[in-house]
Design a protein around this ligand. Structure first.
Ligand code: ADP
Ligand code: MG
Length: 316
């Protein structure tokens, strides 16, 4: 392309809030045959809200109405924790984390009028959850793997977890002093325009995929809501494995555009044929990317490819 054509394309992009880092990127975007979306904060708002708190009894059944008492048995209160107890400790553990899942748990606890103490210490386990000491309680909040790695069997909560995940929520296990105590769940909303973006890309013959650290069931529920095929979902991908996943997709000669917002998306943005950052995302992602979508609208992915097309057609 001539410098004049790419300059026009870059300017038109900027007018639409699509910032190309250079003329070569503008030329590359039209060759994209696969778009890989990150889930949280890219296809979804990334503004989680606490939706559920479930206290489990010794058998893993939700306590409270129904549960053990409904079977005629007496609920043994011993060291079982109430919903408020679980939420208070989970929120305390999460109060040191900046993760959107963590923020939602802390806000949810405060909105319910719970007094959230400071954790004595906490440790982030990337892609899995958090480990903390709150008062004299050891608290774990996270996925199945987090608990399993500590020798705590997460399976009694499976039915509750699956129910919440089928609703597209991110369900997290809470263990207190080495025992499974309950489940908390956060929900996110799909961005307006996400579904239309996927449809427009597919219309163009572009394969659309989704990649996420979240679990398979939640990922599929979100994929279904935006029109991404279940076989195009890569779930439970660890933060440092996202770039490997993009490389694997590109191995057979595909030209992928990775679209993401998070720190953990940065390496994947860098290895993709075109890396596209969501404008509301982290600086690290924007820095690693070739294109930034200032309006944070996934629909602007289509615009980026179209502008590339139009610019290069004119100069042929
Ligand atoms: P994403 O790719 O959606 O941003 P992450 O890789 O950060 O997800 O996390 C993957 C999974 O690990 C989450 O879905 C959750 O189950 C668990 N997890 C991560 N961080 C936390 C946290 N602070 N509290 C609870 N669970 C967490
Ligand atoms: Mg994200």
């Amino acid at each position: 392309a001539t410098p004049a054509a790419t300059m026009v394309g870059t300017t038109i992009g900027a007018q639409h809030g699509v910032l190309f880092k250079g003329g070569d990127i503008l030329e590359r975007a039209r060759d994209v045959d696969t778009v890989v979306f990150d889930k949280t904060g890219t296809l979804t708002e990334g503004e989680m809200e606490l939706t559920d708190v479930v206290a489990l009894d010794d058998e893993g059944n939700p306590r409270g109405t129904g549960g053990a008492a409904a079977d005629g048995g007496v609920v043994t209160e011993r060291e079982r924790h109430s919903e408020d107890d679980i939420l208070r400790l989970a929120a305390a553990a999460e109060s040191g984390s900046e993760h959107p899942l963590a923020r939602a748990i802390v806000d949810g606890a405060q909105q319910r009028g719970l007094d959230v103490p400071e954790p004595e210490n906490f440790e982030n386990v990337p892609g899995h959850g958090i480990r903390a000491t709150v008062g004299d309680s050891d608290v774990l909040v996270g996925n199945r793997k987090l608990l399993a790695d500590e020798g705590i069997d997460p399976s009694p909560a499976e039915e509750t977890m699956e129910r919440l995940e089928r609703e597209g929520k991110t369900a997290m296990l809470v263990a207190i002093d080495g025992a499974l105590a309950g489940v908390v769940a956060d929900a996110d909303t799909v961005k307006q325009g996400a579904k239309e973006a996927v449809a427009a890309l597919r219309e163009r013959g572009v394969d659309v995929m989704m990649i996420t650290g979240d679990n398979e069931r939640t990922a599929r529920a979100v994929a279904e809501a935006v029109g991404i095929d279940p076989e195009n979902v890569r779930a439970e991908v660890l933060p440092d494995e996202k770039s490997d996943a993009v490389e694997a997709i590109q191995r057979d000669g595909r030209k992928a555009m990775m679209v993401g917002d998070g720190v953990n998306d940065a390496p994947a943005l860098a290895v993709a044929h075109v890396g596209t950052a969501i404008g509301s995302g982290t600086d690290v992602a924007i820095e690693a990317a070739d294109v930034t979508l200032m309006r944070s609208d996934p629909g602007d992915v289509v615009k980026a490819i179209r502008i590339s097309d139009a610019t290069l057609q004119k100069i042929k």
